[in-house]
Design a protein around this ligand. Structure first.
Ligand code: GLN
Length: 536
């Protein structure tokens, strides 16, 4: 079958759920029996978001092959339940880097390098790769940012060209916009949508679908108006009010007939009836009244919850599996250092210390780990969270007062967490960490092995530092077990406390592999232990 393309553009403002909408649409198509691939095109100049602060960009999502990507890739994987790879995303930075290196090699034979055709050709080549490498029948492509941004112009131009090359019948443009409400009159407005569609049309693209987002219910008359002014078929104007539960979005789109309409417009017919029952069940489960437990998330970027997107989702998945509601309380680790915020930690039934970089707030995280160990509060440490758990143990159980990670104190006498050997000579920061999927052997009889119910797992990593093996025996003698090791036994991948209901830390990021219907075992273990504590 010819590859079909579904392009998602954004209008009016960003952050209105374009990624979630694209992901949910992908699910509806997969459910109809098609092999779907997803691609996110980010117009910024960074090569990847790996070097960007979470404040700028939210979480960095890591794929099996070690690609550091936009958090929307997380939505795609969770909704569609697929595993994506490097080909699923690229940025302006990558496009230019490729074109410039070709130019330096002399590949262009004296030509003048221009946005059209050289940059747009490279964009089209990379779009084509997604279908080629994955064998997908339908490629869902999301363009970051909003129409009208200077940076996104070459991308839109490339897609406009692509539409002519692959045939208009094989491409659809879905424009996701926002309908603001004027406070004084309570009136919802379509004008910004009209303007953004006009901007899109000025570059030669007419949308086939408009997904109109708003926080409140959207009157049908507004959809009529959008259809009329934007020259889009009425049934292809999809009103989407903000969903109470994220995972309801596929059901909302399905109810509006999006799955069937997309296929119809692509000249395809469903190969099977979509089975949305599991999602309906999931939503019904979410809606059921349940006992609430509190989990404190002690982090550094807590002002921006997008920085911990996958952690938050993984907690939700594990809560559902345990039949509880989780009140996720965000605590700034730097506050704990100033004796603030402890009432939140003390009121919690479990503590999570997520990943992070740099020394700000690190002592607060160590204090949180100490509290969890001493008070026997369930604790899950994710990457940095495992490292601080080890530093705390070294300082307060092994009496190595100065113990630290050499990330935070280069000259520490006791670098219980130290730079990995192969990291020592690295000078470039971008894409050089230990990244992506690595195998881990679980030690029999440990909490980790029990949680997984397996002896071998593969998990996603993103770090430079690791547990320093010269301290292993000391730690083990005093009650810490290294329950997950690399197959050669050389790298500590999971550490846990023996005399504790659940104090587990992983050097990898389990949150990246959690799915709504397949919650991650380590998170399920944490919530189970926290629920048990709340019950007592
Ligand atoms: N900064 C730590 C390291 O590089 C932890 C990284 C993380 O939490 N992802 O090892």
């Amino acid at each position: 079958m010819t590859t079909k393309y579904l392009f998602f553009t954004g209008g009016v403002v960003s952050s209105v759920g374009k990624g979630v909408t694209a992901a949910a649409t992908g699910l509806l198509l997969k459910e109809r029996g098609f092999k779907v691939a997803v691609q996110k095109l980010d117009p910024y100049i960074n090569v990847d978001p790996g070097t960007m602060s979470p404040y700028q960009h939210g979480e960095v999502f890591v794929l099996d092959d070690g690609a550091e990507t936009d958090l929307d890739l997380g939505h795609y994987e969770r909704f569609i339940d697929i595993r994506l790879g490097r080909v699923s995303t690229f940025t302006t930075g990558q496009v230019y880097a490729e074109v410039i290196s070709k130019e330096r090699r002399g590949d262009y034979l004296g030509g003048t390098i221009q946005v059209i055709p050289h940059i747009t050709n490279e964009i089209k080549r990379r779009v084509g790769l997604a279908a080629k490498e994955t064998g997908a029948e339908i490629v869902i492509l999301e363009i970051g940012g909003t129409v009208g941004d200077i940076e996104s112009q070459p991308f839109l131009e490339a897609l406009r060209q692509l539409r002519n090359e692959v045939g208009r019948e094989n491409c659809l443009f879905v424009h996701v916009t926002w309908l603001p409400t004027i406070g004084a009159t309570g009136e919802m407005k379509t004008k910004p949508t009209q303007h953004s569609v006009a901007a899109l049309r000025s570059i030669g693209i007419s949308p086939n679908f408009i997904i109109a987002r708003a926080d409140d219910p959207i009157d049908e008359s507004l959809c009529d108006k959008i259809a009329l002014f934007c020259d889009v078929e009425k049934r292809a104007v999809i009103p989407m009010e903000t969903a109470g539960v994220l995972y309801e979005v596929p059901l909302m789109l399905e109810k509006r007939g999006v799955g069937d309409l997309v296929l119809e417009k692509l000249g395809l017919s469903a190969r099977q009836k979509p089975n949305m029952k599991p999602w309906e069940k999931l939503i019904a489960e979410v809606r059921k009244p349940k006992p609430t437990i509190r989990i404190a998330l002690v982090g550094k970027y807590v002002e921006l919850q997008d920085a911990y997107m996958s952690v938050r989702e993984a907690v939700k998945h594990a809560a559902l599996a345990n039949g509880v509601e989780v009140d996720l309380a965000w605590v700034h680790s730097a506050d704990l250092e100033k004796d603030k915020g402890w009432e939140v930690v003390e009121s919690a039934d479990g503590v999570i210390v997520p990943g992070g970089f740099g020394s700000r707030g690190i002592e607060g995280k160590i204090l949180a780990a100490r509290y969890a160990r001493e008070k026997k509060v369930p604790y899950l440490g994710l990457c940095l969270g495992m490292q601080v758990m080890c530093v705390e143990f070294a300082r307060n159980v092994l009496d190595l007062e100065e113990a630290n990670s050499s990330e935070f104190d280069r000259g520490t006498q006791h670098p219980v967490i130290d730079l990995m050997l192969d990291q020592r000579s690295i000078t470039d920061m971008g894409g050089t960490m230990r990244l992506g999927l690595y195998p881990c052997e679980l030690q029999k009889g440990t909490k980790a092995a029990a949680a997984y119910g397996a002896s071998h797992v593969d998990e996603r990593h993103r770090h430079r530092f690791e547990f320093n093996n010269s301290y292993r025996t000391q730690f083990e003698k005093k009650g810490m077990t290294f329950s997950g090791l690399s197959p050669d036994g050389k790298l500590v991948e999971i550490a846990e406390l023996n005399d504790h209901p659940y104090m587990v830390g992983s050097q990898f990021h389990p949150e990246f592999l959690s799915r709504p219907m397949k919650p991650h075992p380590l998170f399920v273990g944490l919530i189970r232990a926290a629920k048990e504590r709340a019950r007592k």
